[in-house]
Design a protein around this ligand. Structure first.
Ligand code: UDX
Length: 433
């Protein structure tokens, strides 16, 4: 059992802290946000929506393996491992904001009075871990060994992805791997492979993996565009491709484009990095461009379905189902474009309304009940694959809409049922009516 200090209680830090406690370690999670920590201590509010996380946190608090606080200085010298899991957002110029990382580094230098392992779990531009190591070597008289341990957690599946990962990637520049063997004992006993590389390689594996997954999504979305023109069946195209083990079926679901706090950011980070090295990587640039252009393509398609000033019920505001996260959400971006063109928008989402309000303000109306959102609408736009949208009450929907048009960007509805109920139906990847 190790004593672990996790700095940052966002999507990565909170899931990692709770899961490290679950696999037997003593974990203290730190965050400077008082309200967030108070909610975690009292059990009144988990700051993110993540399947299974609430129970995991409460169970491990009860068994005395998981604690929360705001002041890291009290715990640094009682810990075996410090894990940095703070945000690394992009600024308006697409450059990484290191503010939170640098604050952690300076606090560790200030308070550390013993040798420590410092694990970087935040997604950081390639070379950051080596830069932090140099800072420690210069500014601390203790051995503070930096280890890169990127996470591969999908939002909505993060607990599962942590406890049952395809692999653990470790960027470590020392021979002694004991600390990592102790940290991931239970996973290794379950047969999970731990891949040891140097720090730069570990950082690159993270970016390369996300960029490749984004490429698969962008690719199938372009195949969907082609399929719509040629009368293809995009679901069978994805299935047929996926039967080839070299391709694999995952990440071939055509949709509105990829969003979230990772894919868009990580691709841009690799593009920026390559440009800083005078390297031209046209494939990465085209993935990003294809995804950005997709939003405009979808809006043009919607314009052709409606007359100006029509009302659109947007079902789904998060960037995908299973999360409350609206960062880089295709839905939010498309709503902004539609609003600029004078359409009236009524938004619904099972989990994402609060975060969508932070992005959209009062530019649209929000509804807790999807049928209220659909009331008097000319078009229903399905943007995320929430279960609520897979079992729509057709009669009720037909009864409350002004015009019966539906555009399903996630292939979640049964097209024939809707056509029989008098709807004009458009589904991504299939020829329109
Ligand atoms: C991703 C990576 O999967 C994860 O390993 C990494 O640690 C963080 O980034 P996440 O952003 O949570 O996880 O979502 P993911 O499920 O990967 O989907 C990313 C985007 O691609 C979403 O907008 C999703 O809707 C879209 N997507 C995904 C598709 O459009 N089609 C697919 O088949 C899969």
């Amino acid at each position: 059992m190790l004593r672990i200090l996790v700095i940052g209680t966002g999507y990565v830090g909170l899931v990692s802290g709770a899961c490290f406690a679950e696999i037997g370690h003593h974990v203290t999670c730190i965050d400077r946000d008082n309200a967030k920590i108070d909610g975690l201590i009292s059990g009144s509010k988990i700051p993110i929506y993540e399947k299974g996380l609430n129970d995991l946190i409460e169970d491990n608090k009860k068994n005395g393996r998981l604690y929360f606080d705001i002041d890291m200085s009290k715990y640094i010298n009682e810990s075996d491992v410090v894990i940095i899991a703070v945000g690394t957002p992009l600024d308006e110029k697409g450059q990484t904001n290191f503010e939170y990382i640098d604050h952690c580094v300076s606090e560790i230098i200030k308070f550390a009075q013993k040798d420590l392992y410092v694990i970087i779990k935040s997604t950081v531009p390639v070379g950051t871990c080596d830069r932090i190591q140099m800072q420690f070597n210069i500014k601390s008289k203790f051995s503070l060994e930096v280890i890169s341990n990127p996470e591969f957690l999908r939002e909505g599946e993060a607990v599962n992805d942590f406890l049952f990962p395809d692999r653990v990637v470790i960027g470590i520049n020392i021979q002694d791997k004991k600390i990592i063997r102790k940290l991931y004992t239970q996973l290794e006993q379950n047969g999970v492979e731990i891949l040891y590389t140097n720090r730069v390689t570990a950082e690159l594996i993270k970016y390369a993996s996300n960029s490749f997954l984004a490429a698969k999504v962008a690719f199938i979305n372009e195949m969907a565009d082609l399929s719509e023109e040629l009368g293809g069946d995009i679901s069978s195209i994805a299935y047929g491709m996926g039967l080839d083990k070299r391709i694999g079926r995952a990440f071939l679901n055509a949709g509105p484009g990829f969003g979230g706090s990772c894919f868009p950011k990580d691709i841009k980070a690799l593009i920026n990095l390559s440009e800083s090295k005078d390297l031209n990587l046209p494939l990465l640039k085209s993935i990003d461009l294809s995804n950005q252009n997709r939003y405009h393509k979808i809006v043009r398609k919607i314009e052709r379905m409606l007359t100006g000033g029509s009302t659109i019920a947007v079902l789904g505001l998060t960037y995908k189902a299973g999360t409350d996260d609206t960062r880089c959400s295709p839905s939010i971006r498309i709503i902004q474009l539609l609003s600029e063109k004078g359409f009236k928008i009524k938004g619904h989402d099972p989990q994402g309304i609060n975060k969508a309000k932070q992005e959209l303000g009062n530019s649209i109306r929000f509804f807790d009940d999807l049928y209220d959102a659909a009331q008097d609408a000319d078009l229903c736009l399905i943007m995320t694959e929430w279960n609520e949208y897979k079992n729509l009450d057709l009669v009720r929907l037909a009864g409350c809409m002004k015009n019966k048009k539906i555009y399903d960007l996630r292939q979640v509805i049964n097209k024939d049922d809707f056509v029989k109920s008098g709807f004009k139906v458009t589904v991504v990847g299939y020829q329109g009516e």
